[in-house]
Design a protein around this ligand. Structure first.
Ligand code: HEM
Length: 192
């Protein structure tokens, strides 16, 4: 598979959140072995639908000026190279989320994704000039549209309604865990 520009999974510093902390986060959102099983079921379902899923998510962001603003230049024009570069990593993120292998490497990359939304590292990966920070409020709120719009894709391969619901729940919990990890650089030191 061709290398994805800026995708540094396995090559980033250690997360300040430990696997021990993460275990308690998983407990707090009722994420367990069953969720891993259903995420992995979803892998088979989504792996050949990644581009179609991204079309829906990019359509949503693109039709909301306050969201697409995070991808614009100083004049407020969307930077197509930026959108395209992020889209490739976003596609890989779908697969990484569905793989459900939430080990140290994964945890470290979650911290990196948080930094990349935050002013600490936004724009650095693609070397472009855009807004300096993705507002935390939108980061958190997008969990709903991202997971809700995934549902029809999860249901598109003939699984039972119960399986679809369980895959959906596992995705919802995973996205909640991830945006919580991503909030780390946004939160006052000591308050995470
Ligand atoms: C649940 C919500 C969200 C998910 C799952 C998500 C997912 C991602 C992923 C996977 C990446 C690429 C990470 C990498 O470099 O490997 C990314 C980057 C990015 N996202 Fe999000 N995102 C979310 C919310 C948002 C929101 C609300 C905005 C803006 C309104 C946003 C703007 C961006 C931008 C600008 C980048 C590029 C950051 C950079 O310069 O490196 N994201 N996002």
């Amino acid at each position: 598979m061709a290398e994805i520009a800026g995708y540094a999974y396995g090559k980033v510093p250690t997360s300040p959140v430990t696997l021990e902390d993460f275990e308690l986060m998983k407990k707090s959102v009722l994420f367990g072995e069953e969720d891993v099983k259903y995420l992995q079921m979803s892998y088979e379902v989504v792996k050949d639908q990644v581009e179609a899923i991204l079309d829906v998510w990019y359509g949503f962001v693109g039709s909301n000026p306050h969201l697409v603003a995070s991808f614009t230049d100083k004049e407020g024009t969307p930077i197509s190279d930026y959108l395209a570069a992020v889209r490739k990593r976003f596609g890989q993120w779908i697969l990484d989320t569905a793989r459900g292998e939430y080990d140290q490497k994964w945890l470290d990359y979650q911290h990196e994704i948080g930094l990349r939304h935050h002013r600490s590292k936004k724009c650095q990966t693609d070397g472009i000039s855009s807004t300096e920070n993705v507002p935390l409020r939108y980061l958190l709120l997008l969990v709903f549209p991202v997971t809700f719009t995934l549902k029809p894709f999860l249901a598109s391969k003939g699984h039972s309604a119960e399986d679809v619901e369980k895959m959906y729940n596992a995705w919802l919990k995973s996205c909640l865990l991830q945006v919580t990890l991503w909030s780390y650089p946004y939160v006052k030191e000591g308050d995470f």
